[in-house]
Design a protein around this ligand. Structure first.
Ligand SMILES: [Zn+2]
Length: 76
């Protein structure tokens, strides 16, 4: 049976869809029994999704950034 530190170490591999069926089974078994690792894997998934979303944004021009800052300041 995997230990929590094993789950933390191999969570990325698991989430990327590792073809290792034994790893999948061991991870699922551990996650079914350990709420801490379920939370860790859920947060890791959210972080990966957020990173993907942020990577799709185009950089904001300094002009546009300044306009946004002015707009925020005018509302406070
Ligand atoms: Zn655990």
């Amino acid at each position: 049976m995997l230990k929590c530190k094993d789950v933390a170490h191999r969570a990325g591999e698991y989430l990327e869809g590792s073809p290792d069926k034994r790893l999948k089974w061991q991870m699922r078994l551990h996650l079914a029994m350990c709420r801490h690792c379920r939370r860790f894997v859920r947060h890791l998934t959210l972080t990966q999704d957020l990173s993907t979303s942020v990577a799709q944004f185009e950089p904001c021009s300094p002009d546009k950034s300044q306009k946004i800052v002015q707009k925020i300041r005018s509302k406070s």
